[in-house]
Design a protein around this ligand. Structure first.
Ligand code: PAF
Length: 283
């Protein structure tokens, strides 16, 4: 695997691949990679002739009070994992390579509406930062397809809508959530949890399964289900952010006829803010 830190070097390498008509599959990440990321890389290996990954802790998607400084940076371990899972090129730029001031660009991409709800309500500006950096990365890598995890369900929707709206020539592919045996969704932020909190964190998945069962059994008040779910999480020590049942296609409150639902949760535990989701397809 070759690692490049500049746009120019990566472009030169990918140009020669493109001239040979190779299909480029891209996995953008912020590093501190785990098995969930490796699922994305393995999927990219199936989808493309050439696999490119990026590691960039994007300052533009963190607000001032968030964990930008302490976000784990583990480049050596990440390079090893990527290489052993079939990645061909790693793009690991500095913040100055990506942004004139190392922090943000003057030009911003916003998927309006979708960016302001759920995680966007708690993290103002977050999805503008994500959409902008993903646009830049797409312009740099020019991939045929890009692979994202379904764990960041709202992020995936933002990127799908952005690609549609901007007529980008990139196929966006979502991959199932990777979970520990306990059910806990794999996340770089799980590293912020103590051993005891890691056990408690499994309640998120149990509560999602409970809520899904309530929906499947025909309990019609989604507001009640969500409130009870919040109370279950609070009872074991979580602080609430949101627990919502939404329509899969637009993440808005579903009509009574909606059959394709997604249950989304974000909650604080100790130093971590954890997110997870579960889809429900009604007959
Ligand atoms: O999901 C992530 O790791 C990041 O939000 C992404 C898509 C790499 C953009 O910085």
């Amino acid at each position: 695997m070759k690692t490049f830190h500049t746009v120019a070097e990566l472009r030169t390498a990918l140009k020669s691949e493109r001239l040979q008509d190779k299909r480029i599959a891209f996995v953008p990440t912020m590093g501190n990679l785990h098995e969930g990321h490796m699922d994305l890389v393995r999927r990219a290996r199936q989808e493309g002739d050439v696999v490119v990954s990026s590691i960039f802790v994007n300052p533009m998607q963190f607000s001032a009070n968030e964990d930008l400084e302490r976000y784990p940076r583990t480049l050596k371990e990440d390079q090893h994992l990527l290489e052993s899972n079939g990645c061909d090129y790693l793009f690991a730029p500095t913040a100055l390579e990506m942004y004139p001031d190392g922090k943000r660009s003057q030009t911003q991409i916003e998927v309006t509406g979708l960016s302001d709800i759920l995680c966007g309500a708690t993290r103002p500006g977050h999805f503008v930062g994500v959409a902008t950096v993903v646009t830049k990365l797409f312009n740099i890598v020019m991939p045929d397809c890009a692979i994202f995890g379904n764990k960041d369900y709202q992020q995936l929707k933002v990127i799908e809508d952005m690609v549609r709206d901007l007529s980008s020539n990139v196929e966006v592919i979502g991959v199932d959530i990777a979970r520990a045996e306990s059910g806990l969704a794999l996340s770089s932020r799980n590293g912020y949890l103590t051993e005891a909190e890691r056990n408690t964190a499994t309640t998120i998945y149990q509560t999602l399964l409970w809520a899904k069962q309530q929906i499947l059994e025909g309990h019609v008040s989604y507001a009640d289900i969500c409130e009870q779910a919040q109370q279950k999480l609070e009872a074991v020590g979580f602080k609430r952010d949101y627990f919502e049942i939404r329509a899969q296609h637009d993440l808005l409150t579903p009509s009574e006829k909606e059959t394709r639902l997604v249950i989304l949760v974000a909650a604080y535990l100790g130093k971590a803010r954890l997110i997870d989701n579960l889809t429900v397809d009604l007959p």
